[in-house]
Structures are given as structure tokens and as C-alpha cells.
Design a protein around this ligand. Structure first.
Ligand code: ADP
Ligand code: ZN
Ligand code: ZN
Length: 761
């Protein structure tokens, strides 16, 4: 008998007092008495429901406590133990402890990210559900029952039984034969049939079968990458690989091959993809190779479905888990491989609520704890990962060429610039499509080929503007301009969601001419339809994909050739692979470059490269038309030449001079509150305190955050720039002292610490 099975069979001593981590921003454990009936169930890692003030909270048992722990408090009883969810493993308890320490939050907050969400109370949505299943009793009475309904049910049941369709859900029996639950109960008592309660798996019900796919022969670059990664898996050796492969170089095929090896060895793996790439296309490729072994998690799952998924993973039913950032804390046992696709994506960083973790960095940590291999894949690696590779912490694997098609090397698309300064007609009319781009679209449509049009919405949306004084409507609660939505004829704030009718006259100067500046996706669609009436257009943005499944439908229609043009926001840039797309148009290449964010240029370069990669992926050659006002901008020039190395050299130099990541590290401390001046005063006081406690780091601010007001709260930010060599523990200690000295915050003021912040707040 092995050690682990001994442990499993050993009967547990009852636990009378449990120390529990709770999702509240105070990093300590809370002690509760365990009622007798729960004592054998309580153990480290169990999800429990406890009273906390007037609330009920879901927490995780960390350890057994003693009477001494209770002495100081009025001991309260634990309310419930979730016995259906397998307890979190020791590994996940340690990993979440690390997350809490590194990202400076409470352990209970970090644990919240490792549990299926759902209300704290034992609601039916986060509980295992059962359905009644009816089976025919072959040895039941030979004469039919007397009642007409009863007889109909038994006759139908016999037919189903002969067709081997039994047991059938009670719901179906009643729907087809009439009767009520009481009828069934009566028949069961008479011995005609059996009723069994079967567990219902809400997660399983969502899944659909997919056909198996062919495995292509790997090209040389893929062979090398696969061999290197397999080496680390065979040796059970922790190693992180940065797989830098241009778009269409076959990175996904590398993932699939390495996963096959992991499965051959009976091991498990996690695959992280950005939410936006969790397209049916991606999912289908993994399903085709691994079928039911794959659990796909996504943000649109209901609470019940997610609960069942978590439970199934915890019970070891799915050796491969695919999902967005939260999947990194999925309860999978001993992962041997962790893949982070599109590792540069900012959506891997969580902002609210705590833990404010970066899933890529947690992935590397989890791999290290499990002696696993970690693959970070991207066509445009983040500067952080690139510099880790250069310092020898990661192993760099490069695939600089696209997958050859029919023996010929596939080329990256040709990129052409349209200088908008030479298009005065556009500037006067406020239109967005230049003649060369329109010609390109019409030409492709005529040949049965397709076009993708990207409108980078960040910092570039259809806002209303007074022609006379330049006034722009802003959200009354958030300091951002409101966006005009034509179908509903209203203005909407994209941060808090409130809507307003557009004003008829300018509130500042009484001017009557309110025009729309910039161009949103709707406006672009209207312009395109007006200029090229025969071209069929599909639009994909936040509005058209709000409904569940609509994202899928739009892509399916485009894939089927139901449209000539797919037009949209960033959503169209990622991971899509359509054979017929030979033209990609970028409406304003410099949109986003000017945002006050240290990663603005990096993001713009990544986006341009990714979207350009959508063109010409099969045997048809691709072209990219890039409209911009500033063709000389270094970022545009690097994108034009597909020059990642040049871009990295340029960007790393700037970051090093300013001590920004990856040279130094950042920690942002955000204060928010309903009163602007009071919030600012608190931030200033805190700044003076860190001047005393953290002398070896650069201290900036406080300054109003990029979004100064959000949901009627004012926000002021203090930023720490931490030079290389200053350990994280120093920062934690200094911040802790400053926080203590600050004392309790004024009413409804909040302090939010964000370690390695990803962008504008
Ligand atoms: P990436 O993830 O790097 O963008 P993919 O893995 O999606 O690239 O590969 C691009 C296309 O090439 C896909 O349609 C894929 O099925 C195909 N492909 C990948 N590797 C090979 C190969 N070795 N031989 C033939 N086709 C391949
Ligand atoms: Zn005005
Ligand atoms: Zn708002």
C-alpha cells in the first residue's frame, strides 16, 4: 500500500475547531467551532460557510485550531461544509499563499480565485443537482395498471426499454405520457418501475462532440520546439520555454503535440488562452485531438455549470483544462505542463477584485512547484518574458517562418501604408475609408476573397463634439467621454454603463452644431455600406456580441463566406484563422499610441502585428493596408517591416532609461473615495509616510488617476518604481509600516495595492 492510499483510508480524527481563511481584505485566519455532524468532514482545503458579522461568507479551512484560538472571541459555529467539492490540494493552498504574499492581499482573497464563484450561502445553484431517472422493472406485475395515464406510461416505458433507451428522465416521461410525479410514485410502489436519483452535471450538458482531426507532419522548427519541451517533461524538470513564433508558424500544433506526450504519460495539463481567443475555432482544435479529456472554462458559464466543472476537475475527470486567466488556479492534480498562449496579452492580469494577479507569472510559479514544463507562446512576446529569456531564466524557442503551404514557404503579408495626410477629402468629411482601401475591399469581394477591418477603439470612439467650442459630453460619474450609439440614439458610458439622450444644443456655448468626431464601428459600417453597396458586411464589437453565442455565430457566418468584410474592434485581431482572408485594413494605425501608459507602444505594436497576421494564412497571399497620419512613427515602421527584434531593442532601451519594467518593477497604490479633496489628502499623507519607510525606491505622485473619477468616486494614485535588486519583501514591509501609520481610512475611502500593474486605471 502506498503512502497516499494509506492516508486516504485512515479515518480522520474529528476536527472541533477550524481556522478559516475568508475573502476579506485582512490577512489573518478566523476560528470557528465545528458542530458534531460536520467534524469528520472538516479538513484543510474544504470550502465552508461561516457567519461573519451579519453576513455569511464562503471560506477555506486552513488548519485545525485549539481552544486557545477561541479564547479571545465569542466562538461562533461554522454553518455548513461543502462536502461535494473535493478539498483544495496542499499544492493549491501553497500556491494561493504565494499569490497572497506576492500580490499583497489576504490569503482568503487569493483562495477566492481558486474556488468556483457563487454566493456564500448554500444556494441550489452552487450545489450538486440530481434528476429523477425512470427505469422499467422487467420483473414487475404482468398485468397493466388500471388507470389510463398509468397504463400509457408503462406501455411507453416498455417500448423505450426494448429500444435500450431506459432509464429516461422523469421529465421526459411526464411530458410524453402525461401524469404527475404522484403517478410515477404510485407506479413505483406497485413495482412497475424504478425511480433513481441521478446526478446532473450542468457542465457536461454544455458540451458537444467534435470530429477527430488529422495530425500534420511537423516542420523543422516545430520538431525542435517539441523535442526541447518533451525533454523537460520526461525528466520531470521545471523549465520555462518562450515560444516566439510568427503568426501562422504553427505554435498551436506544438502545444497539441506536447499535450499528446503528457497524456501518453498519464499526466495533466493547463492551457491558458485569452478570453477573446476562446473561440469555437481554438476549442475545436483541442477537442478534436483530446475529446472528452478537455474541460473548457469561460467567463460566460453560469455559476452552476462552473461549480460542476470545478468539481469534475477536482475529481480528476478532466486531465486537460483550457480557460482564461482564472483557469491557472483550477484544482487539477500535479500538472506536468502549463501553456500560456498569447502570453503578452494584458487580459492575463486581474485588476478587480483581489487577488490582482498576473496569470502568466502564477503559471510559471505553479510549474516550478510541480516540476512541470511551462510554455509561454507569442508572436510578439512581452518585454518582460523576452528579457527573462535573454537573462537565461527562460529557454527561447524560435519559429521565424510560417507553416509552408504545398511545399512552398508561406510569406508574411505585404504591408502598405496609406498616409492620411494625402487624403484631404477624408479629413473634411470625417469619413474613415481611403480610396486605396475601398478599392482593395471591392477587388477582394469581386474575387470571392475576404477582408478584415480593424478599428482600434481604445482612445478612438465616436464621441460627440461641439463644432464651435469643442465641448464633449462626459459621463457625470466617471471622467470619460461618452460614446454615441446610433441604433438607440443615446450616449453611453463604457465604464459604468449609464445612458443619456444626446443634447440638442451645446451646454457650454449654446452652439447648435454637434458633430461626431472619430468613427465607431457603427459609423464605419454605415460608411462602408454607402460607398460599396454590394459588399456584404458583418460587424463584431461589444454591442453585437453581448448575447451568449453571438460571437460564435458571427464567426461562423464569416467562415461560411456569408459576408465579404468582417469589421470590428480588437476582437477581430486575435487567433482567427480564415483561409479566404487576403486583405486586412487598419483604419487608424496610431490609435492607442498616445495613451498615457508605459505599455501603449508595446500594445500598439502587438495589435498591428497580430491583426496583420490574419491576412493570407493559406495558399492565398495576403496584404495589409495600414492607414495612418504618422507613417514615420518608429512603431509603425517596425510593424511595417515585421521587425520584432528592432521593436524590442527600441522599447527595452526606453524602459531601461526610465527604470520601467522589465528593468524595474512597479507597484501602484490607488486611493478612491467620494470626496476629491479628502481622497487626495489621504494619498498625500500616505506618500509622506512611504517617504519615511521606503527610501530605496522611486516614489511618484500622488496624481489623479488616468480615469480621475469612476462611478462617482475620485481616484488618486501613488506609484512606486522599484529598482532591480530591491527585494519584494522590503516593499511589503515598508508598505505595511506606512499602512499601519496611516491608521484607519476616512469613511468609504479605499486603498488598493496593485503589484505589477498592467495599464491605466
Ligand atoms: P499559430 O498558432 O502559430 O498562429 P497555427 O498552429 O494556428 O499557428 O497554424 C497555422 C495553420 O497551419 C493551422 O491551420 C494549422 O492547422 C496549420 N499547421 C500547423 N502546423 C502544420 C504543419 N506542420 N503542416 C501543415 N499544416 C500545419
Ligand atoms: Zn459649444
Ligand atoms: Zn460612467
Amino acid at each position: 500500500m502506498t503512502a497516499s492510499s494509506t492516508q486516504q483510508t485512515r479515518t480522520r480524527a474529528p476536527v472541533q475547531i477550524a481556522r478559516v481563511a475568508l475573502p476579506v481584505p485582512i490577512d489573518r485566519l478566523y476560528s470557528y467551532r465545528v458542530p458534531d455532524s460536520f467534524q469528520t468532514w472538516v479538513r484543510p482545503g474544504r470550502r465552508v460557510i461561516v457567519p461573519f458579522g451579519k453576513r455569511k461568507l464562503a471560506g477555506v479551512v486552513i488548519e485545525e485550531g485549539s481552544e486557545a484560538d477561541l479564547a479571545k472571541f465569542k466562538a461562533r459555529d461554522l454553518i455548513d461544509v461543502d462536502v461535494q467539492l473535493p478539498p483544495l490540494s496542499q499544492e493549491l493552498l501553497e500556491l494561493t499563499r504565494w499569490v497572497a504574499t506576492y500580490y499583497m492581499c489576504a490569503w482568503g482573497e487569493a483562495l477566492r480565485a481558486a474556488l468556483p464563484p457563487g454566493s456564500a450561502s448554500a444556494s441550489s445553484r452552487t450545489r450538486v443537482q440530481t434528476v429523477a431517472m425512470i427505469d422499467f422493472n422487467e420483473e414487475g406485475p404482468e398485468v397493466l395498471p388500471r388507470g389510463e395515464r398509468q397504463r400509457a406510461i408503462i406501455e411507453q416505458l416498455r417500448i423505450w426499454h426494448m429500444a435500450e433507451e431506459t432509464p429516461v428522465p422523469q421529465r421526459r416521461v411526464l411530458a410524453e405520457c402525461g401524469g404527475t410525479a404522484a403517478t410515477i410514485k404510485r407506479l413505483a410502489e406497485m413495482g412497475f418501475l424504478f425511480v433513481e436519483q441521478e446526478e446532473r452535471d450542468r457542465f457536461l450538458e454544455e458540451r458537444r462532440a467534435v470530429e477527430a482531426s488529422d495530425r500534420p507532419t511537423l516542420h523543422a522548427g516545430q520538431e525542435q520546439a517539441v523535442a526541447a519541451i518533451q525533454g523537460s517533461i520526461e525528466d520531470n524538470r521545471f523549465e520555462t520555454f518562450l515560444l516566439h513564433g510568427v503568426t501562422g508558424s504553427g505554435k498551436t500544433e506544438v502545444y497539441l503535440r506536447v499535450l499528446e506526450e503528457v497524456r501518453r504519460r498519464g499526466q495533466t495539463a493547463i492551457v491558458l488562452v485569452p478570453e477573446i481567443s476562446l473561440t469555437p475555432q481554438t476549442v475545436r482544435r483541442f477537442r478534436a485531438r483530446f475529446g472528452d479529456e478537455v474541460a473548457v472554462l469561460h467567463s460566460r458559464m453560469g455559476d452552476g455549470e462552473r461549480y460542476d466543472a470545478w468539481r469534475g476537475i477536482g475529481e480528476g475527470r478532466y486531465p486537460i483544462v483550457i480557460g482564461p486567466r482564472s483557469a491557472i488556479l483550477a484544482p487539477l492534480a500535479n500538472p506536468a505542463l502549463i501553456i500560456v498562449d498569447e502570453e503578452h496579452e494584458s487580459s492575463y492580469k486581474q485588476f478587480d477584485p483581489a487577488p490582482r494577479y498576473h496569470a502568466r507569472d502564477v503559471a510559471v510559479m505553479r510549474a516550478a512547484k510541480n516540476n512541470a514544463a511551462c510554455i509561454l507562446g507569442s508572436a510578439t512576446p512581452s518585454l518582460e518574458s523576452l528579457s527573462n529569456a535573454r537573462e537565461g531564466k527562460y529557454t527561447l524557442l524560435e519559429m521565424p517562418e510560417r507553416v509552408p503551404v504545398a511545399g512552398k514557404p508561406a510569406r508574411l503579408p505585404h504591408i502598405r501604408i496609406v498616409d492620411l495626410r494625402n487624403e484631404p477629402a477624408l479629413r473634411l468629411s470625417n469619413d474613415a475609408l481611403s480610396q486605396p482601401l475601398l478599392d482593395g475591399i471591392a477587388d477582394r469581394a469581386g474575387k470571392g476573397e475576404q477582408t478584415i477591418l480593424l478599428l482600434n477603439r481604445r482612445g478612438f470612439a465616436p464621441v460627440m463634439e461641439c463644432v464651435d467650442c469643442g465641448w464633449v459630453p462626459e459621463c457625470p460619474d466617471c471622467s470619460v467621454s461618452m460614446v454615441y450609439h446610433k441604433p438607440l440614439h443615446h450616449l453611453r458610458c463604457h465604464y459604468c454603463g449609464i445612458t443619456q439622450p444626446p443634447p440638442r444644443v451645446c451646454p457650454t456655448c449654446d452652439g447648435k452644431e454637434l458633430a461626431f468626431q472619430g468613427s465607431g464601428t457603427q459609423r464605419l459600417e454605415a460608411e462602408l455600406t454607402a460607398r460599396l453597396p454590394d459588399v456584404r458586411v458583418l460587424r463584431m464589437d461589444l454591442d453585437t456580441t453581448a448575447k451568449k453565442g453571438s460571437h460564435h455565430d458571427i464567426l461562423e457566418q464569416f467562415g461560411n463566406g456569408d459576408a465579404d468584410v468582417l469589421l470590428g474592434t480588437q476582437m477581430v485581431a486575435k487567433g482567427l484563422d480564415f483561409e479566404k482572408v487576403t486583405l486586412v485594413g487598419i483604419i487608424r494605425a496610431e490609435a492607442g499610441l498616445q495613451l498615457p501608459d508605459i505599455r501603449a507602444e508595446e500594445r500598439a505594436f502587438q495589435l498591428l502585428t497580430q491583426v496583420a497576421g490574419r491576412a493570407g494564412r493559406a495558399d492565398l497571399e495576403g496584404e495589409v493596408i495600414l492607414q495612418c497620419l504618422d507613417p514615420g512613427h518608429p512603431i509603425i515602421q517596425f510593424a511595417l517591416k515585421h521587425d520584432y527584434a528592432g521593436f524590442a531593442h527600441y522599447a527595452l532601451a526606453t524602459r531601461a532609461i526610465l527604470n520601467y519594467p522589465p528593468t524595474g518593477r512597479l507597484v501602484s497604490i490607488l486611493f478612491s473615495g467620494p470626496d476629491d479633496q479628502a481622497t487626495r489628502t489621504t494619498a498625500e499623507k500616505f506618500r509622506r509616510l512611504i517617504d519615511n519607510h521606503l527610501t530605496d525606491v522611486d516614489r511618484l505622485g500622488p496624481s489623479p488617476a488616468f480615469i480621475h473619477r469612476l462611478k462617482n468616486r475620485y481616484r488618486h494614485q501613488v506609484l512606486l518604481k522599484i529598482p532591480q535588486g530591491v527585494p519584494a519583501s522590503r516593499i511589503r514591509e515598508g508598505l505595511g509600516k506606512a499602512e499601519n501609520a496611516l491608521g484607519s481610512l476616512p469613511q468609504s475611502t479605499r486603498m488598493t495595492i496593485d503589484v505589477d500593474p498592467a495599464g491605466l486605471v
